[in-house]
Write a protein that binds this ligand. Structure first.
Ligand SMILES: Cc1cc2nc3c(=O)[nH]c(=O)nc-3n(C[C@H](O)[C@H](O)[C@H](O)COP(=O)(O)OP(=O)(O)OC[C@H]3O[C@@H](n4cnc5c(N)ncnc54)[C@H](O)[C@@H]3O)c2cc1C
Length: 470
């Protein structure tokens, strides 16, 4: 029987492990932390019983992931739930751009931008299940659905600032800009529309879902699938050098490229080693989880029903903040993402105390404390918020990097999403999963299609490994 070792049990490591185990390999996953899941972990904090997602919270890409749909995690206990509204982007005048799962409802709320919103999303959403397979793999492949992909792809290639000019309302422009900012990349750069349009298209197709019982349930369900196929997971095992690896026919690395270069040292061929050592990391995240009595007193009513709220004001303000953090400057008013997963999954709350998940975009390796800046953004759109906070838990860029070495300098995207890294992955090759050591593959979110708890990097890398093994 062929054997495989997977280093790291994030969603991509688990997806790789499942793919290999289903193909008949004997698979062992080695995980440094005490629990499985990487970026899909959750635990109780601040108040006993109050459930917080450590990292990933909202999952349009996971629900639509061709891999996760194939393995049918619902059979292993995973349940998705949706808040009334997917996302709200409040503005200073008390209004908000509102994202509904329905394109029609979203467009109708955007007044003069109704036709633009419909034009951007109706075609791609109708064809999403077909083009999803093209989007969720390396970009440099012959597309299976070229015409549909081109319809999606043309607006996706332009900078978000260009596409923003097509909007006539601030609510529409800001709503699009807040989602485009998920790229952690200056919005005037080419291709920055792509991540925003991708998330919005997936969201209109599948909704901005949360996992009932916390994102940990995604990892738990994946671990159960793996167990069903005979795979094993060892937690508390940090791989520090090649000598820590058991002999195996296939080794999958769910790690950042720089970590793989450090661990494999001289075993990595020169070209790959140079590319991995030069791999660029984007800005960081500074996260604060709050325990909030009575929930957040948003001025914009829509934000009280939205699973996600984007705090950054106008498109221009969001774009300026993203430019600043990319240049290493901490903005006075950073872009802040707020997760109110409890609206979809009330079991995460304790009575009237609710877990509110927030993080700010900050420069890579930011050593300051962004807690006050996050609270100030919340107070700006929800006066009285501070008085409702009964406890909080802070995760700085350093805490992120210490808790999971993939988040270098607090960069939760496992790499900067600039054009070369977005198009090729960690090095310029048509085979982004190959690391140049026979039998070894990179499968983390540093590889295509990139970050998110969708498992597609892991599944694609494992399929590549299986092709070569045969
Ligand atoms: C604050 C935050 C918010 C996010 N929000 C969302 C969201 O809402 N929706 C979404 O889809 N995605 C979100 N993400 C991104 C998503 O979590 C990641 O893209 C995803 O987890 C990447 O998966 P991965 O398998 O590549 O790596 P990871 O999840 O990073 O897993 C890597 C694993 O490898 C382990 N490891 C590292 N080094 C070693 C070693 N030497 N030996 C053994 N094990 C090792 C780590 O402990 C970790 O468990 C968010 C991330 C963060 C941090």
């Amino acid at each position: 029987m062929k054997t495989a070792t997977v280093v790291g049990s994030g969603p991509n490591g688990l997806a790789a492990a499942i793919t290999l185990a289903r193909a008949g390999l004997e698979v062992t996953v080695l995980e440094a932390a005490g629990t499985v899941g990487g970026g899909t972990r959750s635990s109780e904090a601040i108040v006993p019983g109050l459930l917080h997602d450590h990292c990933s919270a909202i999952h349009p890409m996971a629900v639509g992931s061709p891999f996760l749909r194939r393995v049918d995690l619902e059979r292993y206990g995973l349940r998705w739930a949706h808040a009334d509204l997917d996302c709200a982007h409040p503005l200073d005048d008390g209004s908000a751009g509102v994202l509904y799962r329905s394109i029609t409802d979203t467009a109708a709320g955007l007044g003069a931008d109704e036709r633009l919103w419909r034009g951007l999303f109706e075609g791609p959403v109708a064809g999403y299940d077909a083009i999803g397979a093209d989007i969720m793999r390396p970009l440099l492949r012959l597309p299976r659905h070229p015409i549909r992909l081109a319809r999606f792809g043309i607006p996706a290639t332009v900078p978000a600032t260009w596409l923003a000019r097509a909007f006539r309302t601030e609510a529409g422009r800001a709503l699009f800009g807040g989602v485009a900012a998920h790229a952690f990349h200056p919005l005037h750069r080419p291709l920055t529309s792509s991540i925003g349009l991708g998330i919005l298209t997936a969201g209109h197709r599948y909704g901005w879902a949360v996992a009932v019982g916390g994102s940990q349930r995604i990892a738990d369900a994946m671990a159960a699938v793996l167990g069903d196929h005979g795979g094993k997971i060892e937690t508390g095992v940090r791989v520090r050098s090649a000598a820590d690896l058991p002999p195996a026919d296939v080794t999958m690395w769910d790690l950042a490229p720089t970590a793989v270069a450090d661990i494999l040292g001289d075993r990595l061929p020169g070209r790959a080693a140079r590319a991995y050592r030069r791999f660029r990391y984007g800005p960081g995240a500074f996260k604060v989880d709050f325990a909030v009595e009575g929930g957040v007193p948003w001025t914009a009513q829509a934000a009280r029903r939205a699973g996600t709220v984007h705090l950054g004001g106008t498109f221009a303000e969001v774009a300026a903040g993203e430019r600043d953090i990319h240049a290493g400057r901490m903005p006075q008013r950073p872009f802040v993402l707020v997760g109110q997963q409890y609206l979809a999954d009330p079991g995460r709350s304790v009575g009237d105390i609710h877990p509110v998940w927030t993080y700010a975009h900050v420069p890579n390796g930011y050593t300051g404390d962004a807690t006050e800046a996050i609270i100030a953004q919340l107070e700006r759109f929800a006066p009285g918020f501070r008085d409702r906070v009964i406890g909080m838990s802070v995760c700085s860029t350093t805490d992120f990097a210490t808790g999971n070495p993939n988040y270098v300098g607090g960069n939760i995207m496992t790499g900067a999403k600039d054009i070369p890294q977005l198009v090729f992955g960690p090095r310029k090759t048509l085979q982004p999963y190959d690391i140049g050591v026979p039998g070894h593959y990179l499968c983390s979110a540093a590889t295509p299609p990139g970050p998110g708890a969708h498992g597609m990097c892991g599944a694609n890398a494992a399929e590549r490994a299986l092709r070569l093994l045969r």
